[in-house]
Design a protein around this ligand. Structure first.
Ligand SMILES: Cc1cc2nc3c(=O)[nH]c(=O)nc-3n(C[C@H](O)[C@H](O)[C@H](O)COP(=O)(O)O)c2cc1C
Length: 198
């Protein structure tokens, strides 16, 4: 059975994108799937600078993150929208993860990796534009980004106090997306250790 890693491009305490991502993660948990949820707050990486990499190699947090990216068969990524684009946190995270280390060679953790993108926004478009940019970026480095996504528009009023979606139809959509992504991930399943060299 495929294993899933979930992380969000907003590290904000009350992140709406984290809540949106959690809807699909919880639906996977309810199906008995194995999902590891991480916060990028626990993987602090400086803004990527090639001189720093040349001098010091990859930050310890990058190596830890890349190991997790390798170890899981599929990823779910919460993608907030800043000015029609991805957040600096998400771009920086993927920039560092795309660099080499001895144990996790360049781009190997991205190759053939099924990815589901979730997004939300306070407006009517649900973070659609940022999600499309993330899909382009990840596809360009080898990921198999799901044609499905899960988006929540008008997100300020979308969740109750416990973080659950108020709209039952949207909740059902989260469950459908979770089921379809699970099927996709299992179809594309490769051994978690494939591509690891150390
Ligand atoms: C710098 C910045 C730019 C933003 N640009 C957009 C945007 O282009 N489209 C949009 O729908 N919301 C935009 N927003 C609003 C965010 O979608 C909103 O703050 C959201 O709650 C951020 O995600 P989070 O709650 O997961 O932290 C922007 C917010 C910030 C801080």
């Amino acid at each position: 059975m495929a294993t899933f890693l979930a992380f969000c491009g907003s590290a904000r305490k009350d992140s709406l994108n984290q809540k949106t991502l959690n809807c699909v993660v919880n639906a996977l948990h309810a199906k008995g799937e194995t999902v590891t949820s991480i916060s990028l707050n626990d993987f602090h990486q400086p803004i990527y600078n090639g001189d720093d990499e040349t001098a010091s190699g990859l930050p310890e947090a990058t190596v830890r993150l890349k190991t997790l990216l390798h170890e899981h068969d599929a990823w779910l990524i919460g993608c907030p929208e800043y000015n029609g684009f991805m957040t600096p946190l998400l771009i920086n995270t993927i920039a560092w993860a795309s660099r080499s280390s001895e144990a996790t060679p360049d781009l190997s953790c991205f190759k053939g990796k099924p990815v589901l993108i979730t997004s939300c926004s306070p407006g009517p478009w649900g973070g659609l534009r940022a999600g499309a940019h993330l899909k382009t970026m990840l596809s360009g480095i080898g990921c198999m980004v799901s044609p499905d996504n899960f988006m929540v528009s008008s997100a300020f009023g979308a969740f109750d106090e416990s973080g659950k979606l108020k709209d039952e139809n949207l909740q059902q959509r989260a469950e459908q997306v979770a089921s379809r992504f699970c099927e996709l991930a299992n179809k594309l399943l490769v051994p978690a250790s494939a591509g690891m060299t150390g």
